[in-house]
Write a protein that binds this ligand. Structure first.
Ligand code: MN
Ligand code: MN
Length: 465
């Protein structure tokens, strides 16, 4: 053997090699990838808010034999139940053969996405146009949300306890809404603003009407006409906005991206690109050794606080209830539990490679991404998974022939971010982040690779089965 060949052989043996999963993938696998992503696109199109995602997930689960968890009822291995937290966060559970005290396997993903929420008193009229004031939800780049068609989703909760659902702008024949921006001809001053301030929060005003109610003796006739239409359609008055949750989201549908259709473009892929895999995986789990829990959660994009966020005690009580049902202790169960915190990571964008450190950044088509830590400024605000636990996950992924890579959220000093991992870790659970790399994260239209979505699903199933 020549020196050169010896080096090559030794490299093979000693170097860590990342692989593009599409290279060498056989037709059967690629067909599975494509088929799986058709279902994912449907889920994206019908689940634009956490409420809709939770509702659709429950409907899917019921078809797979899941029933609402009943306190005090005895469940046996193989039973499938779910706990619905206010229609925004849901835990899907398959009872394991071993008692929960031995530990449960949790996958967690969030179903809320950045968007424009209506303010409590949103409707107003200026120069005979009617508009909504908004307060954006989650980390958005505000300039990206102008001049794109928006749909209105959410609920009016009325004083009599009834809740009126709203979804307008998704169907082709339904009206859309829009935040307008300046024309380039008159944007000289605006162009001097920094990109962060290009559009300010109080400029994210949504156009909702221009037709005046027929009566020339009164003011605010366009606003009046809008309220008249809302009253006819939903039975509401302006006061009912005070107890509403109405959200403007991009109106466009999920679609394939690229000549080769290898990618998906859609609103809300962070984090439905992990929520859908966690859900579809738990729906297929039958008689697991350990209890499997897939939790789809709300409020991640605003810090996980609140009673539907994962920084609440909801998950703790879910695990505690199962342990108690078996005569066990919830704290012991949590201490022995393991979790995949399923959230997206940033993929390297060819145009913006500077913000990434290439050796450690995630790439499209390189499979599901395992992120040991997120955080910022020296790993602050994260759960840094233990080496031992990462080794366990590594072994699981390799054994199941799942294509995976590692990732980090950008160069060390550039920025950073967090996921729900730390809130689950704080309960004593072993947690590591695992998810799908995304381009244009938090934009109205985000891009993922189909191959990675499928690998995420396979990882979720392997973990919970
Ligand atoms: Mn996320
Ligand atoms: Mn996010």
């Amino acid at each position: 053997m020549s020196e050169k060949n010896a080096a090559k052989a030794l490299k093979e043996k000693l170097f860590y090699k990342k692989v593009n999963g599409r290279q060498g993938a056989d037709e059967t696998l690629l067909k599975s990838v494509d088929d799986y992503c058709e279902g994912y696109k449907k889920f994206l199109n019908t689940s634009k808010t956490e409420r809709e995602a939770a509702k659709n997930a429950i409907e899917m689960a019921k078809k797979h034999g899941f029933a609402p968890f009943e306190q005090g009822k005895k469940y046996n291995a193989g039973d499938k139940v779910y706990v619905n937290n206010r229609g925004k966060t849901v835990a899907f559970i398959v009872i394991g053969k071993q008692p929960a005290e031995k530990g449960v396997n949790i996958t967690a993903a969030h179903i809320d996405s950045p968007r424009l929420d209506l303010k409590q008193n949103p409707l107003y009229e200026e120069i005979e146009l009617a508009l909504f004031k908004t307060h954006y939800y989650g980390g958005i780049r505000k300039y990206q949300w102008t001049a794109v068609p928006l749909a209105l989703h959410g609920v009016f909760a009325l004083k009599d306890g009834s809740v009126i659902e709203v979804s307008l702008g998704e169907k082709d024949d339904e009206p859309k809404f829009v935040v307008n921006d300046l024309l380039p001809h008159l944007a000289t001053e605006q162009n001097k603003r920094t990109l962060a301030d290009g559009i300010k929060g109080e400029e994210l005003n949504v156009l909702v009407g221009s037709h005046p109610f027929k009566d020339d003796s009164e003011s605010e006739l366009v606003k009046l006409n809008v309220l008249k239409l809302l009253n006819e359609k939903y039975g509401i008055t302006e006061t009912d906005f005070l107890s509403a949750e109405l959200e403007l989201v991009p109106a466009f549908k999920a679609s394939d991206i690229g000549f080769d259709r290898s990618m998906i473009g859609s609103y809300g892929q962070d984090d439905r690109v992990c929520a859908y895999p966690a859900l579809t995986a738990v729906l297929e789990v039958e008689n697991p050794e350990k209890t499997a829990i897939a939790i789809l959660t709300d409020k991640e994009e605003i810090g996980s606080d609140g009673n539907t966020g994962l920084n609440s005690d909801f998950l703790r009580y879910v695990v505690t209830d199962i342990a108690a049902m078996q005569g066990g202790d919830g704290t012991v169960a949590l201490r022995n539990s393991k979790c995949l915190s399923a959230d997206v990571n940033a993929g390297i964008d060819p145009t913006f490679q500077d913000v990434m450190e290439r050796k450690n950044a995630a790439r499209l088509n390189y499979g599901v991404v395992v992120t040991k830590f997120t955080g910022s400024r020296g790993k602050a605000g994260t759960s840094d998974a233990s080496a031992e636990y990462v080794a366990e996950i590594r072994a699981m992924l390799d054994k199941a022939d799942i294509t995976w890579q590692t990732g980090e959220l950008g160069k060390v000093d550039i920025g950073g971010g967090g996921t729900v991992a730390m809130y689950i870790a704080n309960m004593g659970v072993d947690v590591v982040d695992l998810g799908v790399p995304v381009l244009s994260m938090h934009a109205p239209f985000e891009t993922t690779a189909k191959f990675d979505v499928y690998m995420c699903y396979r990882a979720m199933y392997e973990f919970m089965k």
